[in-house]
Write a protein of this length. Structure first.
Length: 162
């Protein structure tokens, strides 16, 4: 029914959302349990369905804790239409940079970075999975890229390279 590779993808996705391995394990387990509860649902593609289930479980947990994070943007990043969409979809994210950035991003940014940069979903697929307009996803990816480049520039000036 579901392969070990797919379970690992689900687990990595859950970790990218919550940054806690135990909570990620619980999210995956709860999503699989809900899926397997009678009557078992018939879905065309199981992994995206479970991604959505994990995301919803995370959001439910987040709302229960009533914890709100605030991110201040100190720079003007421009409009989403300032860049070529085709270029954005072909950019690869350096894994070490992604791991480093995961600690400094808010929940939604981590989710977008994971789905787009790690799992390799297109921006339209990410937008569909998280129920967000494609332009908003492109804008957030653009901001993430700028943060990565700024971080890399600062690290190179200090003599440390990612």
């Amino acid at each position: 029914m579901i392969s070990k590779e797919q379970l690992n993808r689900l687990y990595r996705y859950a970790v990218s959302l919550c940054r806690d391995r135990d909570h990620a394990y619980d999210l995956v387990q709860n999503s699989l349990a809900r899926y397997l509860e009678p009557p078992v649902r018939v879905v065309e593609d199981l992994v995206p369905y479970l991604f959505t289930s994990i995301r919803n479980g995370y959001i439910d947990h987040y709302r229960q804790r009533q914890r709100h994070t605030t991110v201040e943007l100190t720079e003007d990043y421009g409009e989403a239409s300032d860049y070529d969409i085709r270029v954005l979809e072909t950019v690869m994210v350096n894994e070490r940079q992604a791991e480093y950035l995961m600690d400094f991003l808010d929940d939604q940014e981590r989710e977008i970075l994971f789905l787009w940069g790690v799992e390799g979903y297109s921006t339209q697929e990410v937008a569909d999975l998280i129920d967000m307009p494609k332009g908003t996803v492109l804008s957030r990816i653009h901001r993430l890229r700028q943060r990565m480049f700024q971080h890399k520039a600062r690290e190179n000036n200090c003599g440390v390279c990612l």
